[in-house]
Write a protein that binds this ligand. Sequence first.
Ligand code: FAD
Ligand code: DLZ
Ligand code: SF4
Length: 499
Amino acid sequence: MKSLRLILGDQLSPDITALNGADKARDVLLMVEVAEEAAYAPHHKQKLAFIFAAMRHYAAERRAEGLTVDYVTLEDAANTGSFTGEVARAIARHQPDALIVTEPSEWRVEQMIRNWAGVDVVIREDDRFFCTRGEFNAWATGRNSYRMEFFYREMRKKTGLLMDGKNPRGGEWNYDSENRKPPPKGLKPAPAPRFAPDAITRAVLDMVARKFARNFGDLETFGWATTRLDALNALDHFITHALQHFGDYQDAMVEGEPFLWHAVISPYLNAGLLSPREVCAAAEKADAPLNAIEGFIRQIIGWREYVRGLYWLKMPDYAATNHLNAHRKLPWFYWSGETEMNCLAQAISDTKRNAYAHHIQRLMVTGNFALLAGLEPREVEEWYLAVYVDAYDWVELPNTHGMVLFADGGLLASKPYAASGAYINRMSNYCKGCRYDVKQKLGPDACPFNYLYWDFLIRNEEKLKGNMRLAMPYMNLGRMKDDDREAIVREAARFFDKL
Ligand code: FAD
Ligand code: DLZ
Ligand code: SF4
């Protein structure tokens, strides 16, 4: 029986289930670069270049192993521009008995695959995740609310990571109370590794520069690993030079230091160049403090698996909710970076330059503004899906819709991560270089986050007042004089008028 093995652009793992049992003499591995995937979001130029270059390297590596690879490039004159069209053409070319594909990471693509006809389509489970979709559904069944922390403990038990028998290593499940320190004085991170493009990557960079000249983001700064070998080097760099400080300074933000002690491996994990298992195994045996190792492993077996589980549990309805009834349009500065609010300008210019910003920049700067300003979820989601090299719907959507915007009404997170300027000032050095004064509450020079924070609480009082985790801010709001409340609402309205 001859089979066509379809490998999608985020399935670049040598041991992807779609390849299990492939017969080198008979079967054909199919990979397609298609305009539809390049256009479903206005992707950052580096994201496009990373995916196409990694796909081309993957194809070359499989060919070197003796597999027959049919690779359709974006500029192939006969390219129909869609997965569906390219699969139909490949079926006509190869006349296979079956098409074998690993389940796609996105709901949108799964719908496409379910409509393919003319051949037996076999969808195999994606075993790169620790938790299958079925296991997550079983965990979620019967619960009123889903909390990452409880899911995470189950994953620790399941994987045995950082476990001493039945007990968590060190006695605690979570060492976050030792993390979240402000940026350190005098401690510099080792420069993040950047990889010089080889001939394959250079050809892709040329194509992206030509075909996607109007897309967001810089291309000259491209330095991503595009092979598994270089992705392993990036992991090794993190384990050796950065993991030791990851926990302590995980929430810190420093102007001109976009990567700090973060791993900078999300594009490799999401595209399949690294496996979550090998990443966690390397971290578990690293020479680093427990708070760093536990904090890091939690991001992967906790948050990463949790958002994926929730995505598949709730799609497609998940994307449609708008709990806080937020409808303001995304301000243009998200694309241009031109704003006098220095924290936003820095996070956006890092994003433009590197197709990367670390979690706290995404959550507490661009995300916090989107939440407080009541920006329309779909517009904010499109932005996050476009601008980061690691962005795919399954991971971007729950983070943006749930964690940042609280648009799911608290399914993913127990409270909105709303914060005033004081938080940004504590965790970064952005405020020093800002035209606004983080200490002022009202007036033309006051930090906008200060009055937008209270305006957000006032605007959403009915929906959020009952949230136990917001009891303190609502108690403080309750003590506020009517005149002060009105002044905040007026100041916020003036700000929005100018936006
Ligand atoms: P580190 O901070 O070093 O963390 C290590 C790894 O843990 C990451 O590589 C990632 O695989 C995983 N991880 C950490 N936090 C999360 C999380 N909240 N959800 C899922 N995995 C996590 N991550 C993506 O991979 N793709 C996205 O499209 C994406 N969109 C996001 C949108 C918003 C609004 C927010 C707040 C977060 C988003 N994240 C996304 C999560 C997180 O910001 C990135 O995974 C992280 O910044 C990647 O950088 P790193 O590899 O240096 O991560
Ligand atoms: C993101 C992306 C882009 C831009 N282009 C392609 C492509 O041309 N071919 C491909 O196979 N995959 C691409 N991808 C990644 C896919 O969108 C990803 O595999 C699906 O989102 C999985 O559901
Ligand atoms: Fe951001 Fe306010 Fe600080 Fe300026 S003062 S950097 S706007 S938090």
